[in-house]
Design a protein around this ligand. Structure first.
Ligand SMILES: [Zn+2]
Length: 290
């Protein structure tokens, strides 16, 4: 070995050693794309990983086995897979969003097209489903929105149907989609087209609802809505792209302290139930739009 960070005995000169997995007492080198990992054969060759090994060759300069992983295996995903096998990360200490990234990586790398580890695949997939509450209505929680496009691509690629609706809704209501060149590298063109059309449908359905002032059973309560609808509902909704996020905007309208504005309790209760009904109608309509 000449340079500490190069891997000269493999023909491509651009191959680098993993900074994370280069076990000095390892006896087996795995290459994912342009990154080499030195590991322990016993640890990695469990019978469940059916995708291993590939094209084992003996590298004379190392005196050890070297195998190239399928070309689909991403080095970053493989690093997470090794951390998982070696139990090197305390997964309970991770932030929720970091742990979702790891679950997506484990699903990809353990899938049939890659390393074929059915146990890791099944458990990562079930953990992802449980973390994201498939039965909830509306967008994912705020702290997951940054991961949503990646998760959506995993959900669509691996056909995790229980999460499909919530993820499509989340991505379509928190990002912009048009027919131009995709600025969403993890999503296919057909997916961005679907997201754009979902966005259009949500906006067309919700526009008349948002711009129609609520009416109540009592004239005095209706007057309050008439006076406050613009400053408390329409104004804030327009400032926060609320028109594109109907479920969340309706929840916000429910949470306004209408009692303090002068609406009687009976009308408040009635209207909040009505808005809850609107939320359910929208959520059912999404099925027809995806
Ligand atoms: Zn009233």
């Amino acid at each position: 070995m000449s340079e500490p960070n190069t891997f000269p005995s493999v023909s491509q000169s651009d191959i680098v050693k993993s900074s994370r997995f280069w076990k000095e007492d390892g006896d087996f080198v795995l290459v994912a794309k342009n990154e080499a990992f030195k590991v322990h054969y016993d640890r990695i060759s469990t019978p469940k990983i059916r995708g291993l090994p590939y094209d084992i060759t003996l590298e004379p300069s190392f005196g050890q086995r070297v195998a190239r992983l399928p070309s689909e295996v991403d080095p970053a995903d493989f690093t997470i897979f090794l951390e998982h096998l070696y139990r090197e990360i305390d997964e309970t200490q991770l932030t929720e969003s970091a742990s979702l990234d790891r679950l997506c990586a484990l699903i990809r790398v353990s899938s049939d097209g890659q390393l074929q580890d059915p146990d890791v695949y099944a458990s990562a997939r079930s953990d992802l489903e449980q973390s994201l509450k498939p039965d909830a209505i509306g967008s994912l929680e705020e702290n997951y929105i940054g991961n949503a496009e990646d998760i959506l691509s995993v959900v669509l690629h691996y056909d995790i149907t229980s999460l499909r609706k919530r993820l499509l809704y989340t991505v379509s209501t928190t990002s912009h989609f048009d027919s131009g060149p995709s600025s969403h590298p993890s999503l296919s063109t057909s997916t961005t087209t679907l997201l754009a059309s979902l966005q259009d449908n949500l906006i067309s359905h919700f526009t008349p609802i948002l711009f129609t002032v609520a009416t109540a059973s009592h004239m005095a309560c209706t007057d309050v809505f008439a006076e406050k609808w613009m400053p408390l509902v329409i104004g804030p909704a327009l400032e926060t792209s609320g028109l594109c996020r109907p479920v969340e905007t309706l929840r916000g309208i429910q949470e306004i302290e209408w009692e303090k504005e002068g609406v009687c309790e009976e009308c408040c209760k009635e209207k909040r139930e009505e808005w809850e009904g609107e939320i359910r109608v929208i959520w059912e309509k999404v099925d027809g739009w995806i």
